[in-house]
Design a protein. Sequence first.
Length: 376
Amino acid sequence: MKKFYEMVRDERLDFIKNAVGLSEEEKASLGAPLAFESADRMVENAVGIMSVPLGIATNFVINGVERLVPMAIEEPSVIAAASKAAKIARAKGGFTAKADRSLMIGQVQVVSVKNVAGARRKVLAKKKEILAIANAKSKSVAAIGLGAREVRDASRNRMGRMLVVELTIDAKDAMGANAVNTMCEAIAPKIAEITGGEVVLKILSNYATKRMVRCKAVFDKGELGGSKIVKRILYAYALAHSDVYRAVTHNKGVMNGIDAVALATGQDFRAIEAGAHAYAARDGTYRSLTRWWRTKEGDLAGEIELPLAVGIVGGVANVNPTAKVALKIMSVKSAQELAMAMAAAGLAQNLAAIRALSAEGIQAGHMRLHARKFGK
Ligand code: MEV
């Protein structure tokens, strides 16, 4: 049987159709840009559609399940590299991933509070009442927790002490931004009443640390090019862990994978990026989002951990038929399954990049693909 990359477009589409059962209409929507009328409803001052290539990364096995991984990206080599890394991982069982519940944090900022500690206690004492106000706003997602903490302004403006009330909301299979914001706005008057302060911001936090995803894989040393390459990859990781200039580029490679799936499936990639980079700097120094080590057998093991707020209901997939089909191609049944696949794409992408950099260099791979595409 032909490999996916050896097929022409129709053969690729038939392959996907057989694998996940796409209708003719769904197949057609993969090649059709978003209708201008939809774009015009989505943003202001619309004049056109900006297109990005959509491809499929192959060979991914995640928690024992085969998944085709759609990636929307303009950069050559990324999809081939992810597929290659996934193929190497597959020989050792593929990717093993875990994702937390879809817990989002919403923040309500209260200023001009005379007694912040007292106000905090009063807010916590009314937890049930406040959660009920939030929950009256949604049938599909649930506010399940309430916290409050003092924040001291350390900016040059010295605006004083403030109270931040935080809602924890289970967004289930949605990304949850709209629901969280609506709930924060709904509880704001009550918070102002209880604290006697002035509410300023009412908004979700894109630092979704209660919504973590973790993914691991082992890559055979022989497939990577031998023990020497494994060692050189560990040197590459050592630099990414210890030096911010390398860490940013290393994580850019990770995000090549994560963002491409995010874009293909209609996720808010800016939110994902902001949260990922904050997490990379969680101990005060910006570091690699992945960890790499050598196993007892001399193979290379890798792990990625990051907050990932993604959804399979609501959001762009509602209005963009291509994103909807991309989700179908992935066959994910929950936001967690999507997050795990995205983490696997990030880990695979990172492995492919640092392997190439530790061996022949990134340009050689780029040029090989370029040559193949243009028949040289
Ligand atoms: C290019 O898009 C990504 C890389 O620079 C990532 C890396 O250096 O690890 C190759």
